[in-house]
Design a protein around this ligand. Structure first.
Ligand SMILES: O=C(O)CCC(=O)c1ccccc1C(=O)O
Ligand SMILES: [Mg+2]
Length: 375
């Protein structure tokens, strides 16, 4: 198949979160994001979403650096020549270092277009087989432990398959003890977002008694070695998030024993193609994976659902319902969770319609890039 992109529209959206979301590194009140629409000669649209945040707390990429990379480098590369397969685009992008979230946003739009042209769901185009996916929910740091227990109660009642709580020094061992006491059987994990160092090893060991599924990214975002030192000292499996930006990072982490589980975020690793390669590697190595979240709007959420249909996504991810984040999402239908499950859509491409009226409402500015006329 040949994809000829006729033009690309970048839109900058701002969406208010229903509730502030607090991690060890800061609080999110609103989400700014870039929506990528690629349109081919027949007027078929493919959609992608940049998951970079407005500020460089989680990673060095931001909404503005993504816009710059897309406008000045990536969109011109995508428009330069026909594309025969989305994987080809990722190869074209490899000349540009890092900037994975910007690359993934455009690559994801091309994957959606590719699957729509084939007339198959994106999940199927990626090789996924599941008809529904099990999901969990990530719960931010709350003002008090009582607040946290109340929030967890609500999500457990909604049927989410596992609860993730954010931790940081001073909001960790006691908090987890209280959560465990109130919910002795709930599948539970904690995400530190790099808030600790090896000097905190005793505090981290103290977490072992709560029988967590895993502890996510306790140490530095760019580290594999200290995590490899830490893992043998803990019973709790380490899951890496921030540290895994490529297939090679995943290979090295598994070789070193830096983790036993990997959180795959499509944006962080540079696209669906790389996400799938990491998934395949982890399957061969017997390491389970799950799909992380970046407070995505509907388009990014749909991509997460599609990749999660691959068989080695055996642990519930962070892809919660649209209504967990937004008063009104940008897709129809919105993503719904019933009994902790999301039904995988079977319409072509991402399988949800982009609601252009809502997109308009949230768009602050946009820019169109046309293929350069030749001959
Ligand atoms: O609900 C979500 O989308 C995931 C929430 C989450 O845990 C998160 C949110 C913002 C930045 C980093 C992370 C993370 O997984 O580390
Ligand atoms: Mg994380």
């Amino acid at each position: 198949m040949t994809i000829n992109i006729e033009y690309v529209i970048l839109r900058h959206l701002q969406m208010k979160l229903k509730a502030p979301f607090t991690t060890s590194f800061g609080t999110f009140q609103t989400k700014e994001l870039i929506l990528v629409e690629v349109v081919d000669r027949d007027g078929v649209s493919g959609w992608g979403e940049s998951v970079a945040f407005a500020a460089p707390w989680y990673s060095e990429e931001t909404v503005k650096t993504n816009w710059h990379m897309l406008e000045d480098f990536l969109v011109p590369l995508a428009l330069a020549e026909p594309i025969h397969h989305p994987e080809e685009l990722a190869k074209r992008f490899s000349a540009i270092r890092q900037n994975n979230m910007a690359k993934a946003a455009l690559e994801g739009a091309v994957w959606d277009l590719y699957a729509k042209r084939l007339g198959v769901p994106l999940s199927q185009a990626l090789g996924g087989t599941k008809k529904d996916i099990e999901v969990g929910v990530s719960i931010g740091i709350q003002p008090t432990v009582a607040d946290l227990l109340q929030v967890i109660e609500r999500y457990v009642a909604q049927g989410y398959r596992r609860i993730k709580v954010k931790i940081k020094p001073g909001w960790d061992v006691d908090v987890l003890r209280n959560v465990r006491r109130a919910f002795p059987n709930v599948p539970l994990m904690a995400d530190a977002n790099s808030a600790y160092t090896l000097a905190d090893v005793d505090r981290l060991k103290a977490i072992d008694e709560f029988g967590l599924l895993m502890i996510e990214q306790p140490l530095a975002a760019d580290d594999l070695l200290d995590h490899a030192r830490l893992q043998p000292l803990l019973q709790t499996p380490i899951c890496l998030d921030e540290s895994i930006r490529s297939y090679d990072d995943a290979r090295k982490a598994l070789d070193l024993g830096s983790c036993r589980i990997i959180n795959i975020k499509i944006g962080r690793v540079g696209g669906l193609g790389e996400a799938k390669r990491i998934h395949d590697l982890c399957r061969e190595r017997g390491a389970p994976v799950w799909c992380g979240g970046m407070l995505e709007a509907g388009v990014g959420r749909a991509h997460n659902i599609a990749i999660t249909t691959l068989e080695n996504f055996t642990l519930p991810g962070d892809t919660a319902a649209s209504s967990h984040y937004w008063d009104r999402d940008i897709i129809t239908p919105e993503v719904e969770v019933q009994d902790g499950l999301i039904r995988v859509p079977d319409a072509p491409g991402i399988g949800y319609d982009v609601d252009r009226r809502q997109v308009e409402r949230y768009t602050q500015f946009a820019k169109v890039f046309h293929r350069t006329m030749t001959a």
